[in-house]
Design a protein around this ligand. Structure first.
Ligand code: SIN
Length: 335
């Protein structure tokens, strides 16, 4: 019988490896998003001593298939739960592959008040040593903790707490795949006890709205593509992207650089009104304006600390909100 004095935590399930089931032995093959939220809960003893849980299945997919419509559905649901006084915190189970993109999106469109915790697993639920149950236990404990207020969406993986703007999946395998290379983790959770390394900030309003709805009723997300730079690259892929995209993010070499041919193609795109953001493919660091590349002359935006995939999220929301290039540059510097 749930204790009425416990916090109420909404648990939104979207699929991922945390809900994955193996498809054969002894290979590592499995299918993400196979198990319903009730099965995830039944694998975690002691959850009912942490919180009263309200489970909901929002999607059942591998996170590579979380598209713009699912994002909009998830955001609207979390916005409603943030506004619901009977809910104390929200946990979202999510595939790890794009978890940082969803976390960052939520950090831009939600108020920073009630705790929102995203959690996944690197091993499927049916694997030996599955990490999902312990991650889920710690995520619920974190979402129910008073010190989780005012920090924006948090990510819980492998006993570590990460902030949405900083967190990154750094490895394809292993339970320690997540880190925050540009700022360090926000804290730890051991056996359900969160400890933070930084104080929480004040509650903040949401910075962006979702894109407006188009004629067909779905959200009108601007198309933003990512182009991955490599040695000796020509500009053909950029020219192709520029024909359809409102924004292009360069996952550049080093501090957001690319071959002359790619920079020239990006400049052509910028002159046609495509927003061009330079970020780095290296995985960490800061891409500043006018260092190796003349952003002023070429009409580019420097991504600051954001990875290519997070730069894409911010650029989509900024374009939908109609910001100017100068305003967009300021947004990236504050990211
Ligand atoms: C996914 O992102 O859905 C699959 C991989 C994972 O969750 O670890």
């Amino acid at each position: 019988m749930p204790d009425a004095a416990l916090p109420t935590i909404a648990l939104l399930a979207t699929g991922g490896t945390i809900a994955g089931a193996q498809t054969g032995e002894p290979s590592g093959a499995y299918r993400a998003g196979s198990l319903p939220v009730e099965a995830l809960l039944s694998a975690v003893p002691g959850l009912q001593r942490l919180a009263r849980l309200q489970p909901e299945q929002v999607a059942s997919v591998g996170s590579q298939n979380i598209g713009l419509d699912t994002w909009a559905t998830l955001v609207e649901r979390v916005q409603a739960l943030c506004a619901d006084p009977s809910i104390d915190g929200i946990v979202i189970t999510h595939g790890t592959d794009t978890l940082e993109e969803t976390a960052y999106l939520l950090s831009l469109v939600l108020p920073w008040s009630k705790p929102v915790v995203l959690v996944g697993a690197m091993r499927p639920a049916t694997a030996l040593g599955a990490d999902g149950p312990a991650n889920l236990y710690n995520a619920v404990a974190l979402a129910a903790h008073p010190q989780a207020f005012g920090r924006g969406p948090l990510v819980l993986m492998n006993d570590e707490i990460h902030e949405a703007a900083l967190v990154q999946k750094m490895a394809a395998n292993g339970v320690d795949a997540f880190a925050s290379p540009n700022g360090g983790r926000a804290g730890t959770v051991h056996a359900g006890t969160p400890r933070f390394v930084r104080p929480a900030g004040a509650a903040l309003p949401a910075r962006f709205a979702l894109p407006p709805r188009g004629d067909d009723g779905s959200r009108d997300w601007p198309v933003v593509d990512i182009v991955h730079a490599h040695a000796g690259m020509d500009g053909a892929v950029v020219d192709f992207m520029a024909a359809r995209a409102r924004g292009i993010v360069l996952a550049g070499v080093g501090d957001g650089n690319a071959s002359d041919a790619v920079l020239d193609a990006l400049e052509r795109a910028a002159l046609r009104g495509v927003a061009v953001v330079r970020s780095t493919r290296t995985g960490s660091g800061w891409v500043g304006r006018n260092v190796e590349v003349d952003d002023d002359a070429r009409h580019f935006i420097a991504a600051g600390p954001l990875s290519p995939q997070k730069a894409r999220v911010l650029l989509m929301l900024a374009l939908a909100a109609g910001v100017t290039q100068a305003e967009a540059q300021a947004l990236f510097e504050q990211a």
